[in-house]
Design a protein around this ligand. Structure first.
Ligand code: NIG
Ligand code: FE
Length: 421
């Protein structure tokens, strides 16, 4: 008997996300694809998973200081939200009202509202303000089971203000449980003061912001918004190539409104994920498949902007890994509810239930370069997991819009017990 710290046993289904670990019959290939172990258990030592298997096998092989009886629960990896803009000041509910009366997101942006309005409020906010404003958003995400989250800058659009946002992310990483992964989005839009000198702004991003932010290790990835009203393909290429030279992984917001070839460009540069992708060419889908680029799809933005949803089926059929994210931001998608995004992945985007689960766990981890640590329940990974009060992994998507999280374990410690609502 090996002595360890924690055993979680009796899970009606343990979702390992590794098909090689599946212990289900041929009658449930969908469960097999996400490595379901019925009556499953985990052996945890320190912060990591040591072993997984049936409850019988784990309870026979290990003795633990502490055990958690997960009877009646599905146990899944902690969820990974791979695209958010969670650090910002101000609220755009008035703009939401205007949009619901028929005004367009891009017209509001072109008139100096939209992203520009959040830039003004965020520039005016102090570092302490930004941290306090983000804490309840992170607490809400954690209650929905999110244990790892990417957060982008992009509402500063000036060196000091971008650094302030990324410093807030760094502080938040230490002040609350969710693992935060910072991305620099200095090229979100051209700030108003540079509107007639956009080349100068691109130069500033390349020559000053990227070297300093990379030098201070304030971000691990760099994103560009390539679309009408934002940056062009040539500008995106120059910015992402510079970021890559400074060790930041390229990412792109592309095809939200118009197809400008962003995913192909990202594949050329060897990036991590192309995000949004409501409008995308067949060539770019193929380039993503060849380049191992994750399609990071954002149903909340399509829902809130009343746009057509990205076609998840098309990417999955082409062999492109599909991730799903909240895109939590004050304009296009104001939500921390990642399980709801997964439900929309199945009901509106053509994914099946196993693919939606991959979208918020294993593929989401790949989209942010974290797949060696989180996103699946296999030996060697972080012991970040959820106890969910559902009878089957499909019920998580079927019973939508509510919270099924009974408990959250991170780094092998129970950090939240919740009453599902
Ligand atoms: O992912 N598309 C660009 N950026 C954000 C929206 C930002 C905002 O409206 O504040 C997005 O949808
Ligand atoms: Fe976004």
């Amino acid at each position: 008997m090996t002595e360890i710290d924690l055993i979680v046993h009796g899970a009606s289904q343990l979702l390992t996300m590794d098909p090689r670990l599946a212990a289900v019959g041929d009658d449930d290939p969908e469960a097999a694809r996400i490595g379901v172990i019925p009556d499953g258990a985990l052996a945890i030592h320190g912060t990591d998973i040591l072993d997984v298997g049936s409850s019988e096998k784990i309870l026979d092989s290990y003795r633990a200081q502490k055990t958690i009886d997960a009877r009646g629960c599905v146990v899944s990896p902690g969820l990974v939200d791979p695209h958010t803009h969670t650090v910002f000041a101000g609220s755009r509910h008035l703009e939401f009202g205007m949009r619901m009366r028929g005004e367009s997101y891009l017209d509001i942006l072109a008139a100096g509202g939209g992203i520009h309005s959040t830039v003004s409020s965020t520039r005016d906010a102090s570092l302490d303000d930004l941290v306090s404003l983000a804490l309840p958003r992170l607490a809400r995400a954690l209650r929905f089971g999110v244990t790892t989250m990417e957060i982008k800058s992009g509402y500063g659009l000036a060196l000091d203000a971008e650094i302030k946002i990324l410093t807030a992310v760094r502080r938040l990483d230490g002040e609350q449980p969710i693992r935060l992964v910072p991305t620099f989005l200095g090229a979100h839009v051209v700030p108003r003061e540079f509107v007639d000198r956009r080349d100068e702004y691109v130069d500033l991003v390349i020559r000053e912001m990227i070297p300093q932010i990379a030098g201070e290790k304030l971000a691990v990835a760099c994103d560009v918004f390539l679309d009408e009203g934002a940056f062009t393909a040539d500008e995106a290429r120059a910015i992402l190539a510079a970021a890559s030279n400074h060790g930041m992984a390229p990412k792109i917001h592309a095809g939200q409104f118009t197809d400008q070839g962003g995913p192909g460009l990202l594949a050329e540069l060897g990036g991590l994920s192309a995000d949004h992708l409501e409008v995308v060419s067949d060539e770019d889908v193929e380039a993503m498949a060849r380049g191992g680029i994750v399609a990071n799809l954002l149903p909340g933005a399509a829902f809130s902007l009343r746009d057509s949803f990205p076609d998840g089926r098309r990417f999955a059929d082409a062999g492109v890994p599909v991730a799903l994210a909240t895109d939590n931001n004050p304009g296009s998608s104001r939500s921390e509810n990642l399980p709801l995004m997964a439900s929309m992945g199945v009901t509106r985007m053509g994914l099946d239930c196993a693919e939606a689960w991959q979208g918020i766990t294993s593929n989401a981890a790949s989209a942010i370069g974290m797949s060696d640590r989180v996103g699946s329940l296999v030996p060697g990974k972080k012991a970040d997991l959820l106890l969910l009060s559902i009878p089957d992994f499909r019920a998580f998507l079927y019973h939508f819009g509510v919270n099924h999280t009974m408990a959250v374990v991170m780094d092998g410690k129970v950090i939240m017990k919740g009453t599902p609502v």
